[in-house]
Design a protein around this ligand. Structure first.
Ligand code: FAD
Length: 495
């Protein structure tokens, strides 16, 4: 057993910044039928462009090369054909744009950092792209109350860095944080690695300002943690994937930055033992547990092979990354040691290491956070699923697929503490396993999208996780907010 001594100097959280690189690869994605017809929206004319220029001035792109990064998604599975990208600076400009588009019946796709993984942030046909990237101002920070109000285009990592200087922290953290924006995070109800500690954005987001399809403003920007005054409309926008309005401002609760961080990587011989670790970590580390991530051998080998990262442990079937964040270094260190000793004595883990420096913490986190990049570099076809499953079913689907598809490689990793599995299947040939996996998930009572949303790729499968009644109510809400359906058509709800 390799247990490095804990160092008192490790009191700051290692930055888990990831350079989100984009590279060439091929992917089989869960697409809609290719025969999907363009909705009966108007087409952008020269008169429209002149009008948009009068609103946003030069913050408008029409050159195909300039628009390419906006028309294409992070996974490079989408190739929209938008004729114009609008980059407003203010909520007022967004109002003017949407009012005009609604009158002219022009379809719009709101876009943030464009890191979404379900084809939600790009045009399916020629929808106008409204990018909020230039709306990136901090509006206010109430340090005493821990409440940040900012514009939707603020990049998550920049917000975290700004807060860090004030002894505060964003309540969410994703591997895409160098590019994703708070408006996009709220619109996807992003989960990520701090979810186990700070919970869902449905709890952390205190208010939003959004521009509705007709150009009117819905101001629900409450700066209060408690506000029981009628229906909580902002909740509808959290996870609406740009189908109900364009979010322009967000108020969010920002907790104190933990003073003591510890990161451990352990290896385990079976999934059954990984489950035992989850249960024990939650009970023994309780309030200081800030992340618990699972990676199988195939996932770790992918980063080792493609990115030359070093696995500090002997090769084994499973690995778990466990992070604690608290306010008392000695107390936390003692708790983590007691936990690791306990699972070691119970023969639950094979091996483990505790980071003794920020550099070591970063390299442990890098193994987990670079899996998506490594898959892109690998270059084979891959299918990615983001499932919520009970702990007892969590890894069964991976084993099942290995038996069913012996020629493919199935990888399982993810936020095991929240029951969120990122299942990826890679293959040299095209893979057609989408329906099988989603049916399997439905049969086992899971959710077909734990945190990435439905976007374009998965909206036709909504009934796997929602009832007819629920989807019918959602369609009515969509009609109420956006009667002409100009906002992010072909996404989230089934056609
Ligand atoms: P975009 O991709 O631009 O848009 C996403 C959706 O939101 C689209 O439907 C878009 O129309 C809509 N939208 C964007 N901005 C607005 C706005 N201002 N108003 C209205 N609608 C808007 N996700 C997780 O949940 N957890 C993870 O751990 C995680 N890890 C990731 C790791 C990597 C390497 C990558 C590439 C992605 C990861 N994601 C993860 C997915 C993605 O980063 C999140 O969904 C993120 O919240 C998207 O934010 P964005 O600003 O890039 O939004």
């Amino acid at each position: 057993m390799l247990l490095a001594p804990l160092s008192r100097s490790v009191v700051h959280k290692a930055s888990r910044a990831l350079l989100v690189t984009r590279c060439q690869f091929s992917i089989t994605c869960c697409c809609r039928a290719p025969e999907l017809a363009r909705g009966s929206y108007s087409k952008v004319t020269g008169v429209d462009l002149a009008h948009f220029r009068s609103i946003v001035g030069n913050n408008m792109l029409t050159d195909t090369t300039d628009m390419q990064p906006y028309n294409t998604d992070w996974l490079r599975t989408r190739q929209g054909k938008s004729a114009v990208v609008l980059r407003p600076h203010t909520t007022q400009q967004v109002c003017q744009i949407l009012e005009y588009c609604n009158d002219r019946n022009l379809a719009v796709v709101p876009q943030g950092g464009n890191t979404g993984l379900v084809g939600g942030s790009n045009p399916v046909f020629d929808e106008i792209i409204v990018s909020v990237s230039l709306m990136n101002k901090i509006i206010s920070l109430d340090e005493a109350a821990g409440i940040l109000t900012c514009e939707a285009g603020c990049v998550l990592e920049s917000l975290d860095a700004m807060l860090s200087d004030k002894g505060l922290v964003m309540p969410l953290d994703l591997a895409s944080k160098g590019s994703c924006q708070i408006g996009g995070n709220v619109s996807t109800n992003a989960g990520g690695i701090r979810f186990i500690r700070y919970g869902s954005l449905h709890g952390s987001v205190l208010g939003i300002k959004a521009v509705l399809a007709d150009g009117s403003i819905l101001d629900c920007l409450s700066p209060h943690r408690k506000n029981n005054t009628g229906y909580d409309l902002k909740q509808l926008f959290i996870g609406a994937e740009g189908t109900l309005g364009v979010i322009t401002e967000v108020a969010i609760a920002v907790p104190p930055k933990p003073k003591a961080i510890n990161v451990a990587l352990v290896s385990i011989e079976s999934f059954d033992k990984a489950k035992q670790i989850v249960v024990k970590a939650k009970s023994m580390l309780s309030e200081i547990l800030s992340a618990i991530e699972l990676m199988d051998d195939e996932s770790v080998e992918m980063v080792v092979k493609q990115l030359n990262l070093v696995n500090p442990l002997k090769r084994s079937p499973f690995y778990m990354l466990i992070e604690t964040s608290g306010s008392d270094y000695d107390h936390d260190k003692q708790k983590l040691h007691t936990f690791i000793e306990s699972v070691f004595n119970d023969e639950i883990l094979i091996d483990g290491t505790v980071a003794s420096s920020i550099k070591e913490m970063k390299s442990i986190w890098k193994i987990r956070e670079e899996i998506s990049n490594a898959l892109m570099i690998d270059g084979r076809n891959f299918l990615h699923f983001d499932l919520s499953l009970s702990l007892s079913n969590y890894y069964r689907i991976v084993d099942d697929l290995r038996n069913k598809l012996p020629a493919c490689t199935a990888l399982g990793f993810g936020h095991i503490g929240d029951g969120n599995l990122h299942l990826t299947i890679t293959s040299d040939s095209e893979i057609d396993i989408n329906s099988y996996v989603l049916e399997w998930t439905k049969r086992h009572g899971g959710s077909i999208s734990a945190e990435h949303g439905l976007g374009f790729d998965k909206c036709q499968y909504i009934y796997h996780s929602q009832s007819q009644k629920a989807v019918s109510l959602m369609s009515n809400i969509k009609k109420l907010f956006d009667p002409k359906g100009i906002l992010n058509p072909y996404k989230t709800l089934p056609l």
